[in-house]
Design a protein around this ligand. Structure first.
Ligand code: ES4
Ligand code: ZN
Length: 326
């Protein structure tokens, strides 16, 4: 349709993307062979069939299992380059991507192999596709505060190439307060601060992310809508929410895309953006998220433009890049 063409033609930014969640089944097989890893799947079709989730944890179990094929610096390079090539086709001009170092270092992979593979690919993506990028180190919240501190220490040699820290994995039972001290340290180190909050967790977790972690963006934030005072505050502060519609559908945060709160969020004045989260697992990259949500919610051109604009405004673009893109 015309609206689909309109969406595809717009230059866009992606602010909520887990690079390990862009591992496509075909690449999972290829890397398994290359690294002599045995997968619990017989075929690419078997993998796709397994991606049927009832909640966040069911997804995370397969997400961490899938990571087992990522072993060498070259693997992390190939993974990241494939993502950039794919979103270049979606007319994506700027990305801010999360990586989960603890998902790799806990399997005996060197932190340096993980980050250097990713960073080399990001540099090549700038050269080959003109995509600007930032890297965000995300802590796994089901692990301890001490483990997060150890991971932050491993990042020290790379501080000039890490834009911020994030907080992801199993939300319920692991509130932001658990990581108040490590976020304070990251803040002192000059890093930007992000946290998944209000995906499955209650509005209280969003308050904690704001008040205790002092985050610069909220990842997801859906359940903020249950609390009118919280919505008012997020609007007043123009806090960016990195919303992920197809992720919300696949993880049963919403029952149907027609029930997705994105349009309501915009109407309330919330600074919502559209992102793909874990595109390989959730069935769509950036344009798929825009297009399927636009169709389900009858988004107008003006609403699409607002979402895209929010993406660039919510990004940490260098001054020169902001002049080019905005
Ligand atoms: C994630 Cl969708 C989502 N939520 C929380 N943690 C994650 N890690 C990767 N994807
Ligand atoms: Zn996420």
């Amino acid at each position: 349709t015309d609206l689909h063409r309109f969406i595809k033609a717009l230059p866009k930014a992606e602010l909520h993307l887990h690079i390990e969640g862009s591992l496509e089944p075909e690449q999972m097989f290829e890397l398994a062979q290359r690294n002599n890893v045995t997968l619990p799947y017989g075929s690419v079709e078997d993998i796709r069939k397994a991606y049927d989730f009832n909640n966040l944890q069911e997804f995370l179990d397969l997400y961490y299992a899938g990571m087992s094929v990522l072993q060498t610096q070259q693997d992390f390079y190939d993974l990241t380059y494939a993502y950039l090539k794919r979103v270049h086709a979606d007319n994506c001009r700027h990305v801010e991507i999360f990586f989960d170092p603890q998902g790799h270092t806990d399997r005996g992979i060197a932190f340096s192999d993980v980050i250097e593979g990713i960073l080399d690919a990001l540099a090549q993506g700038q050269t080959d596709f003109g995509i600007s990028s930032h890297l965000i180190l995300s802590f796994l919240r089901h692990l301890s505060e001490e483990a997060a501190f150890e991971t932050l220490a491993q990042a020290e040699p790379y501080l000039d190439r890490i834009m911020g820290v994030g907080l992801d994995s199993s939300e319920l039972g692991h509130p932001p307060s658990k990581f108040e001290r490590v976020f304070a340290k990251a803040r002192e180190m000059g890093l930007k601060l992000f946290a998944h909050a209000g995906e499955e967790g209650p509005p209280e977790y969003v308050y904690e992310a704001l008040d205790l972690l002092k985050v610069d963006r909220i990842d997801h934030g859906n359940r903020s809508l249950e609390d009118d005072d919280l919505v008012k505050r997020l609007v007043d502060e123009q806090m960016v929410l990195t919303v992920c519609p197809l992720s919300n559908l696949k993880l049963c945060v919403v029952d149907d895309l027609t029930d997705h709160p994105l349009k309501t969020m915009l109407a309330m004045g919330l600074k919502a953006t559209v992102n793909s989260d874990d595109p390989s697992y959730f069935g769509g990259y950036l344009n798929d998220n825009y297009i399927q949500t636009a169709d389900a919610l009858n988004l107008t051109q003006e609403e699409i433009v607002q979402l895209v604009k929010n993406g660039f405004e919510g990004a940490y673009l260098s001054p020169d890049r902001a002049t080019e893109l905005m």
